[in-house]
Design a protein around this ligand. Structure first.
Ligand SMILES: C[S@@+](CC[C@H](N)C(=O)[O-])C[C@H]1O[C@@H](n2cnc3c(N)ncnc32)[C@H](O)[C@@H]1O
Length: 276
């Protein structure tokens, strides 16, 4: 099966290629989102946490600090380069409570009922079948275990206008509304609650969080966008149209210029929290 037929393989390959640059553009985005999720989970020393779709460890390392060396964090990702970079970071920072694993939670054979807390930031909407995926994730929790899922909330209108510049070039599989939060369970607080309850949660609620994202200029936005999943969008823009698209984006981004001089886009988040 090639990547076109297998969405999970496409996601794994995209993030594998991105891993070196991912979250390294200097724009604070993934870290404040992940830290908000870790705070909302109110971790305590000694707890065993599974971080699914760990990327470069935005959740893993704050979680490791919160559970301490008497606890444990298992950081899982389907992209080998993400796993390797997170493993190295754990080694270099002496985080002995962090272990890494390559694969999806269900195929890894992580034991059912082996974690106190499951955390996953900006991952579930990539799953071709979110119900089956979340069911498998929640089985990892002990009875009474807690989970926290970060997904995107209401989009910033300026950001939407920038993203819309890519749309004429994108193939149908990248127009999937689930990742934009425009449709399905990812489109509303209640949709996320119902998804969690349908997947084995005994209680669930969604709280909102907000992260202002500062870009010193449009070039910083471009570097950031090429270091995230949006790099896939750039690839579909013919090379001789990319500079024009960037200039159009820079024009739109002027509407986000603040008195301080930065371009500030607002990212709203849903944290869906609950127990099994
Ligand atoms: C947008 S990144 C988020 C990474 C990290 N949680 C963060 O907040 O920076 C999504 C990550 O999830 C991984 N991923 C996607 N689907 C996955 C799955 N079913 N199981 C494990 N990892 C997955 C990708 O490889 C990628 O590293």
């Amino acid at each position: 099966m090639n990547d076109r037929d297998d969405p999970a393989a496409r996601v794994a390959r995209l993030f594998d290629e991105l891993a070196d640059d991912y979250d390294q553009s200097g724009v604070a985005f993934f870290a404040p989102i992940a830290e908000g999720l870790v705070d909302a989970l109110a971790l305590v020393p000694g707890e065993r946490v599974v971080d699914i779709g760990c990327g470069r460890g935005a959740v893993t390392f704050p979680a490791a600090r919160a559970v301490g060396t008497t606890g444990a964090v298992t950081a899982v990702d389907i992209a080998p380069a993400m796993v390797e970079l997170t493993r190295r970071r754990a080694e270099q920072s002496g985080c002995v409570q962090v272990t890494t694993a390559l694969g999806t939670a269900d195929e890894l054979g992580l034991h059912d009922a082996s974690a106190d807390v499951l955390a996953s930031s900006l991952v579930l909407f990539f799953a071709p079948d979110p119900v089956a995926t979340l069911r498998a994730w929640l089985r990892l929790l002990v009875p009474g275990g807690r989970f926290g899922l970060a997904t995107f909330g209401t989009p910033d209108p300026v950001w939407e206008r920038v993203d819309a510049l890519f749309r004429p070039y994108l193939p149908p599989q990248l127009l999937d509304p689930r990742t934009s939060g425009a449709d399905g369970p990812f489109a509303s607080d209640e949709g996320m609650v119902q998804l969690a309850l349908a997947c084995g949660a005994s209680s669930a609620r969604t709280v909102r969080h907000h992260v202002p994202v500062h870009f010193p200029d449009a070039a910083a936005w471009r570097a950031f966008s090429q270091s995230t999943g949006q790099r896939a969008f750039w690839r579909f823009v013919p090379e001789d149209r990319r500079q024009r698209l960037y200039e159009e984006a820079a024009e739109v981004l002027e509407d986000a210029r603040t008195d301080g001089g930065d371009l500030v886009l607002h990212q709203s988040l849903r944290y869906t929290l609950g127990t099994v």
